[in-house]
Design a protein around this ligand. Structure first.
Ligand SMILES: *Cc1c(COP(=O)(O)O)cnc(C)c1O
Ligand SMILES: [Zn+2]
Length: 408
């Protein structure tokens, strides 16, 4: 058996094919490229039981990942995150089987590590020496740290008001880091100029084909963790939409392999913030692509993406699974974040909290039924966003005394 069953790259817009053993960026037509695997020969040789005893991270699915030679893998043990049953919030929301896939415990504290692990490993395999990227923070932090581990140099540009912790992660990893007095779209323009001038590898969201393959593993894991019986609904906080496109791709590949039921797809729900909801607007209008969202603003900065390059793929995944797109206010997601900390002991990120609030909304509207099996992606750790919590507690003098909550 081969380590990877990668066959070639193709354009989902114009169907043009590209070679797998060369550095590739966008299609000539400007669309992102996707990876195609030789699923036919893989299906004949690979069965779910073969996963038993494999490493407990995303590389357990190496046949369905693009890295051809195992020695190129750059890993920190990312993946195989827990699927946690929400014991109390499930009752509170009124969904009997509500689960959270917790990406907060992955290296660098967000699921961006999945894309970085696979993207950087493949870059290493292709002989890349330096890459450049714009970021809202989490992706830059993950790619900078995986780059450091791989020996590849990274140049990263992020908005000045991206979360300080992600700036620090890039800085300590030795990345060539710049801050821009502007938005991620401004950072993107600056990176674009440098990429052209210095012929750098551009790893902006979806401008290289492998980040999506890393994020795809969330879908593979959900299927495996439910013993190859997929849930009814998956809610995903959507910025660039890479995770959602990836989960959809994973489930289609598993159907082709015959590992999950061909008749059943989970309904995929894209969750955005009311301050930046281009996918929601496009979905409501029945469009195939989104329009640039002016003056976007949300404290869930991971989903502050005014126009995603892969918007047509996100919308396609929603339409083809009878899914939906829903937006949530910053205030609502903060309240949800607090409730989940208090009732479940889970300090989730604002993006994950938005997805839980969306589950609540969709349950209230009847779009989600009480008896359905529902998975919410918590894409990162709450501790990466210390500023979303306001703390108002008494400060004591050394001689003052305190009272417990319950007096026995
Ligand atoms: C990047 C990010 C998202 C959005 O991810 P996409 O796959 O680009 O839509 C959601 N949550 C967090 C914490 C992020 O960092
Ligand atoms: Zn094309």
């Amino acid at each position: 058996m081969k380590f990877s069953y990668i066959s070639h790259l193709y354009c989902p817009k114009c169907s043009e094919k590209y070679e797998r053993d060369k550095v590739q960026q966008l299609c000539k037509c400007g669309a992102p490229l996707l990876v195609k695997y030789d699923l036919h020969s893989l299906a004949a040789q690979w069965k779910p039981d073969d996963l038993a005893g494999r490493r407990n991270d995303l590389w357990r699915y190496h046949e369905l990942l693009p890295v051809a030679d195992e020695s190129n893998i750059v890993s920190m043990g990312e993946g195989m995150t827990p699927l946690i049953e929400m014991l109390s919030i499930s009752t509170n929301i009124g969904i009997n089987h509500l689960y959270m896939k917790d990406e907060g415990i992955i290296p660098t504290g967000t699921f961006k590590a999945r894309g970085a692990a696979v993207g950087v490993s493949k870059a290493k395999e292709l002989g890349v020496k330096e890459f450049a990227m714009p970021t809202n923070g989490n992706a830059g932090a993950a790619w900078a740290l995986y780059a450091a581990r791989s020996g590849i140099s990274s140049t990263i540009v992020m908005p000045e008001d991206a979360p300080k912790i992600t700036r620090n992660e890039c800085a300590i990893s030795g990345a060539n880091l710049y801050l821009v007095n502007g938005l991620i779209s401004d950072a993107g323009k600056i990176v674009g100029k440098a990429v052209e001038e210095y012929n750098l590898y551009d790893v902006s969201t979806l401008k290289e084909p492998y980040r999506i393959e890393g994020k795809k593993t969330m879908g593979l894991e959900i299927a495996e963790q439910f013993d190859w019986e997929v849930p009814d609904v998956i809610l995903y906080p959507t910025g660039g939409g890479v995770g959602l496109i990836g989960i959809y791709k994973a489930l289609r590949e598993l159907q082709e392999l015959g590992w999950i039921n061909k008749e059943k797809m989970p309904r995929l729900a894209a969750v955005q913030s009311e301050g930046c909801a281009p996918i929601v607007k496009a979905w409501q209008e029945g469009k195939k692509e989104s329009a640039f969202w002016d003056n976007s603003e949300t404290l869930a900065f991971g989903i502050n993406v005014p126009k995603a390059l892969g918007d047509f793929l996100v919308l396609q995944a929603i339409y083809e699974t009878a899914g939906c797109a829903v937006s949530v206010s910053d205030q609502a997601l903060l309240e949800e974040q607090k409730l989940i900390s208090q009732q479940e002991g889970l300090f989730i990120c604002p993006e994950g909290a938005a997805a839980f609030h969306a589950a609540r909304k969709l349950r209230n509207e009847g779009w989600i039924k009480k008896e359905e099996k529902v998975v919410v992606l918590n894409t990162g750790a709450g501790i990466k966003y210390p500023n979303t919590v306001s703390v108002d507690v008494p400060i004591l003098e050394p001689n003052e005394s305190i009272k417990p909550v319950t007096i026995m």
